[in-house]
Ligand binder design. Sequence first.
Ligand code: BEZ
Length: 243
Amino acid sequence: MEQNQEYETISMPRIGDAAPEFKAVTTQGDINFPADYKGSWVILFSHPADFTPVCTSEFMTFASMEDKFNEANCKLVGLSIDGLYSHIAWLRTIKEKIEYKGMKNIEVTFPLIEDISMNVAKKYGMIQPNEDTTKAVRAVFFIDPKGIIRTMIYYPLSLGRNFDELYRVIIALQAADEFDVATPADWRPGDDVIVGPAGSCGTAQDRMQDDDIDCKDWFFCTKKLDKDMVLNRILKNKLVAEV
Ligand code: BEZ
């Protein structure tokens, strides 16, 4: 792939940064981001363009999982580098004509940002010129109720996202906050969690002797965290379901 070195330098947001602010027109009216979402988790995600097949499959999947994300106090906000009328036409076409993997008649009720100027996409590092100069890559920002970016995942244009993973991330981030733990590789609710690193020799020693904590060595300690307890705390509006 030929490299484009002529592009302007744009700073990328980082994990731990306040989510860059913007006002935008969306398919659900105007939004003031992230202020309008204070108190909720938000997934802000970008798509290369309207009326493209991978994006359509992703939009349908996200829309069909929206209730599940909302139950975890997480709202969805999409963006693609197209105008409002194109967005409306695309979403109408999806609802009226597209059937994919058993999903049909899918109505997208979360906002899709109009960003033909690429102002928002540039603020979030969604334009990555050596991938494409005018289409956003598939970026996903997980933003917490205080407006802080907690996780970012970027995919290229050709790769559709794994939505089970996006859901796992939102649950794992909240579990880590709620229970002051870390989550190991491939963690899902019900799996053991990691107890944070010991900050002193005394803590390291105490850990080794705590019956509720399983230490393979002083630095590698796990403990049980009941699945229902995790889900009841996170999915506040719902009876516990399979995750
Ligand atoms: C798609 O969503 O299908 C797509 C968009 C841009 C480039 C390649 C695929």
